[in-house]
Structure formats: structure tokens, C-alpha cells
Design a protein around this ligand. Sequence first.
Ligand code: ZN
Length: 137
Amino acid sequence: MKAHTQYLTFHTRSEHEYVHITPQVEQIVRQSGIQEGLALVSAMHITAGVYVNDNEEGLIEDIEKWLEKLAPRNPNYKHHQTGETNGDAHLKSMLVHHQVIVPITAGKLDLGPWQRVFYAEFDGRRSKRVLVKVIGE
Ligand code: ZN
């Protein structure tokens, strides 16, 4: 078994951003040389996430609205007693989850026809990292 690790870095311009990262993950899989295995794509932060879904503008707006409804910006989170202001970003991260595992078959990401990998930022305008670890043979 081989393992190959790389990091993607982000510094989003907005507080919230949904970044399509399938091409970057595919490139890392190619560079790994691994033909059969798994790619773990994991946000290394507690106010960001990684998910698999459609790369469709309307859906992305729907996701943003849905997350805002379930975990609204709100000054009254207990977390804010620490002096932080990003309680909603922690909750949004938990809703989309922080990582995904994508299968690799014949040297390529084995995604369904509409499945794409996204980095979801909920507390941006600062440097963030996503770990991509490819394991297999
Ligand atoms: Zn916080």
C-alpha cells in the first residue's frame, strides 16, 4: 500500500464560500500514481467543511439558505462568551461535515455523474487548509 499526502490552501474573499475542488483533488490523485484506493479530503478547521454534491449555482444558493436557517448568525451563542463571534460557523461546519472519502478506480476519482467535491467556508478571509490523503496501490 502507498500513501500520498498534499494540502490545498484557501484564503476566501467572503465570509462564506463554496469552492469546487474536484479538479485539484483529481490532480493530487494523478500525482500520487495510485490506481486503486481511496482519497480522504478533510478540512483542517472547525468552521469549514468538505462535501460532495452537484456543482449547480441554484443548489449552492439553496444550501447557503438552508444552513443559515438551521444555524443562523446570532449574537447569543454561548461560544461568543469566549470573545469569538463565529458560533454559527461551527454549527454550519457540523451540518456539512468536515471530510469525505472518494473511491479511486483505474487511477481516477470514481464519482457518480453529478458528484463533485466542494470546500465550504463559513468563517473566511483567513488562511485555511484542506488535507488530501490518497491511499491504495
Ligand atoms: Zn469559534
